[in-house]
Structure formats: C-alpha cells, structure tokens
Design a binder for this molecule. Structure first.
Ligand code: AN7
Length: 344
C-alpha cells in the first residue's frame, strides 16, 4: 500500500484523542542512510537518520502532524508557537493545510533564512521578539493560557507522541534499537520523544548521547543560560522546556549529555557533506559529539551500531556555508578560459 503518513502508519501506537483529524503531508518514513566510509573510522556500523527529508525540511513535521491533527479536531482556529525556525515552518505548513491561522514568535535576527522564508511562504504571521527563544516561549505559554489559541510547541504532549515515530522507524529498519543514538538537544522535545518511543516499542534500548552547543548548554552546565549563543541557531536555547526529561533519558539509557564547540559542529557538518549528506549546523551536533567523545577516549564505538540523527536540511541555513567561502570564480563564457582553469 502506498505510504500515507505517520498517523496512518503508527497512529495505533500514539496516545491521540478520538477527536483527532488526520492532517498529513506524508511526513516521516525518512531514510536511515548507511555511512560505511565514516563508520570505518570509528570501527562501527554507522547510520544517519536524515530528518531533513521531511516535507518542511526538519523532524518537526513528525510532531506537528500530531499536534495540528489534534488541535483541528478539537475545533481550534488559531495555533501559535515560539521557534528558532524549524517549528515555525512546520507549524505554518500544517496549520495552512488544516485551514488554521498560525502565529509564530521568533528571536529577532536569529533565525536562518530558509526557515524564515518557509514560515512566510506557508502563510504564518511571523512576529520577531526582541529577546531569545526562551522569552518567546514564555510569551506563547501565557497567551495560550489566557485565550483559546492552541500551543504547538513540544510542551504540547501530542508533539512528543508524533516524534516517537522516528524511534519506531529506526527499529523497523534495523530490527532492533541501535547501541547508541546521537542527537542534538535544544528545547529537549526530541530526545524525550526518542526515549519514550524506544521504551514503548520494546525492541531494545539505545544508549543516548545528547549534544548541546557549548554556548547554549544549560543541561551540561546544570543551570539555565540567559544569553545563549551558537552558530547552530536551531539549538540556541537556554531554558529547555523538557530539560528534566532529557537528563532522565540520558541517565536511564546509561548515556550522557555533552557540549561541543561551534567549530566542532561546523567540522562535523563538513564531514557529513563530504559523504553527500548536507545538514544544517545544529543537525551536525550529534556527529560532532560522537567524534569528540571518541577523541577523548570516553567512547568505544568499535563493533557498535550507531545512529546519528540529522534533524534538519542544509538548505535551511545556506549562509553558514556561503559566508565562510569566497564566491565561485568568474570566467568569460568560452572554452579556453574553462580549460585553463580546470586543467586537462
Ligand atoms: C534542526 O524550531 O526548537 O531538543 O523552535 O531545529 O527537540 O528542541 C528547533 C530545535 C535540533 C533541537 N535540530 O530539538 C524550534 C526548535 C534542529 C532543530 C533541534 C531543533 P529539541
């Protein structure tokens, strides 16, 4: 049977109310790409779960199909979220598909071009906040407590329900959970969802390596960060809403949450691209964490089966690449100029 989206495929395993009306863009079913060349360097069997191939270019679509399907079924007319960008684009797309109004609050000047463009293209009312993601999140929590507007951040439990499906898919492909799962951590909805998904699916449990950016690492530091900074703007978050659950997932899985520098993130992004997988900076944090842990000898990957979750597509944030390279060379439109540049 042709693929009909996540609620159709896994809805029986998701705790969604009876009023839920399936709103889908055929999200999920993303590839688990084998990375044999890179895996060889760690002596492990390495896979990338490429979530950038979801309809709006990030893993957020998994939770959004569930949150919007529930919201529209209960009669909501307007949805709202705070976002570092990907949630905004996803909420806008699914809300439009459901015929709902969407409002997204983003930190002024700190959202990557592809995400902002997406949110606008899909029809969201985009509001920039003179503050951080965390400030925006407090505001949307307040307005949804005081009005009928529905909250679609991952505080919304249906977001977590939807995002559990990524764990199900990995187990379906590998037959079992991997030994390790490495992924970026921002507001901590995704790590919470994966852990809930693996526990529910009963195909074994991975050890979980959650990775924050060093300038935005409240879960590593053990306290909130008031002015988070990182080139990986997707995870520029100082007060993760599901921080406690993220720490629990790391602890229960006998894994850990670590921080990596922006330089390590960009280096991991380059390595992934050299294997044909271009992801946005935040999405490279999982691999950056794996590399750092291995280099410090804290991690013996040999013989293990490891899944690195790449949460968003490189096209979301093209300026990270174009800003750091000189422009391509310009030549006259003739063969002599071309061959003299390229060489025989
Ligand atoms: C590419 O869009 O928080 O730990 O508002 O876009 O579940 O927050 C995005 C987060 C990782 C972190 N990778 O996931 C938002 C937002 C990418 C992301 C994360 C985000 P969570």
């Amino acid at each position: 049977m042709t693929y009909q989206g996540l609620i159709h495929r896994y809805g029986h395993l998701l705790d969604l109310p009876a009023h839920t009306q399936n709103i889908s863009l055929l999200e999920g079913n993303t590839p688990l790409i084998p990375m044999p060349r890179l895996g060889k360097e760690f002596g492990c069997e390495l896979f990338v779960k490429f979530e950038g191939l979801n309809p709006t270019g990030s893993f957020k679509d998994r939770g959004m199909t569930a949150a919007i399907s529930e919201a529209v079924g209960r009669g909501a007319q307007t949805v709202i979220c705070a976002s570092t960008g990907n949630t905004a684009a996803s909420a806008a797309a699914y809300a439009s598909r459901a015929g709902l109004r969407s409002i997204v609050l983003i930190p002024e000047g700190k959202v990557a071009a592809g995400k902002l463009a997406g949110a606008i293209a899909y029809g969201a009312e985009v509001i920039q906040i003179q503050g951080s993601f965390d400030d925006a999140l407090s505001l949307v929590v307040e307005i949804t407590q005081k009005t009928p507007i529905a909250l679609v951040n991952s505080i919304n439990p249906y977001r977590v329900e939807g995002q559990k499906t990524a764990a199900f898919e990995i187990c379906d492909v590998l037959d079992n959970a991997p030994d390790w799962l490495c992924l970026p951590v921002g507001n901590a909805g995704n790590i919470t969802s994966y852990w809930a998904g693996f526990k529910q699916y009963q195909k074994g449990l991975p050890q979980v390596l959650g990775v924050q950016a060093a300038g935005s690492a409240p879960l590593v530091l053990g306290h909130p960060v008031d002015n988070p900074e990182t080139i990986a703007t997707a995870i520029r978050i100082g007060r993760p809403a599901r921080g406690e659950q993220a720490l629990e997932a790391a602890q229960q899985s006998n894994g850990r949450i670590i921080a990596v520098s922006d330089a390590e993130i960009l280096s991991a992004q380059k390595i992934l691209a050299s294997e044909g997988v271009w992801v946005e900076p935040a999405s490279a944090a999982g691999l950056a964490g794996l590399i750092a842990e291995s280099a410090f000898g804290k991690f013996d990957a040999s013989g293990k089966r490891i899944v690195v979750v790449c949460t968003g597509h490189g096209l979301k944030d093209p300026s990270v690449i174009t800003d750091s390279f000189t422009s391509p060379k310009v030549i006259p439109a003739n063969y002599e100029a071309l061959i003299s540049l390229v060489g025989g």
